[in-house]
Design a protein around this ligand. Sequence first.
Ligand SMILES: Nc1nc2c(ncn2[C@@H]2O[C@H](COP(=O)(O)OP(=O)(O)OP(=O)(O)O)[C@@H](O)[C@H]2O)c(=O)[nH]1
Ligand SMILES: [Mg+2]
Length: 366
Amino acid sequence: MSILQKIADIEAEMARTQKNKATSGHLGLLKAKLAKLRRELIEPKGGGGGAGEGFDVAKTGDARIGFVGFPSVGKSTLLSNLAGVYSEVAAYEFTTLTTVPGVIRYKGAKIQLLDLPGIIEGAKDGKGRGKQVIAVARTCSLIFIVLDVLKPLQHKRIIERELEGFGIRLNKEPPNIQFKKKDKGGLNLTSLVQQSELDTDLVKTILNEYKIHNADITLRYDATTEDLIDVIEGNRVYIPCIYLLNKIDQISIEELDIIYKIPHTVPISAHHKWNFDDLLEKMWDYLKLVRIYTKPKGQLPDYTSPVVLKEGKSSVEDFCNKLHRSIIREFKIALVWGSSVKHCPQRVGKEHILNDEDVVQIIKKV
Ligand SMILES: Nc1nc2c(ncn2[C@@H]2O[C@H](COP(=O)(O)OP(=O)(O)OP(=O)(O)O)[C@@H](O)[C@H]2O)c(=O)[nH]1
Ligand SMILES: [Mg+2]
């Protein structure tokens, strides 16, 4: 039986099974089996090249955004009109057959945009070029899911499922679950809050499926079976996502009002370049980039080309490493102006966390 057939069988069995306390163990087991099969699809046994091989383009700039969507929703039109790069646009489906990159500069940051071929339902299971497209999507710092406003939002669900099936988690934080495999001692499950789904039996069943018999697990919130499996699998990527509802030139103002209420969306018209300002603003928010201006001694800060870091990786040390590998060895202290410090300038060490638009002067050991 092929992996796809096995997956289909399990999905069918899950759909048949009623969800209640008595079946939760069985469902948990099925979910774990499903996750394992999906991993086999992504990383075929026996190694070999990754699924994205030959399809990926070199990373450039401070961040990378991938356009994912069904065929003919306007991804290439968006790339052409946003980045001024030519990518073939046509009324027929599957116009774009490979990754087409473009670059924009926004607020001093260089952002790489990737126009990807259209995907269809079943992409994650190897249909069409979907698998390669999703493999490239996994490498992005932000995903734009492009939807056609005239098509039902059901498309949104399908694309989300495709990406989820490939280990991508959209607009989600990594689960706050501590998981540590051990050599002996059995299973130690600690729940810091009341759990509505996971109990010792269920956790044991799931771990058994992974042949894990000794582990410390701490659940710091009301976790789901899926969250636990994500942590055990360990290869999930957590990527922010914006839904672009394209072709709003084809709907009424009243319809537009309703659409605006859906979270994480921006309505646009790629063809008419409508609402690009909103799109870029939101893109910037979701990228969570931190711009740092350098200030050479005795000179004004250079406000034209910031060093761009990512939120969560914006210490003075990260800043130094982005400038040059050798700098941290000669680092003594840094002077910082901006919202991350109380006094301006303030002397800080390499652990200090910088905020967006801070100005930094490095002082080297003599
Ligand atoms: N009315 C309207 N049509 C648009 C808009 N944006 C794109 N289109 C049209 O939609 C069709 C498909 O556009 P493409 O940009 O080729 O779509 P795509 O998503 O790149 O398609 P694939 O490469 O096949 O996946 C073309 O006929 C475009 O002119 C828009 O904002 N409004
Ligand atoms: Mg295209």
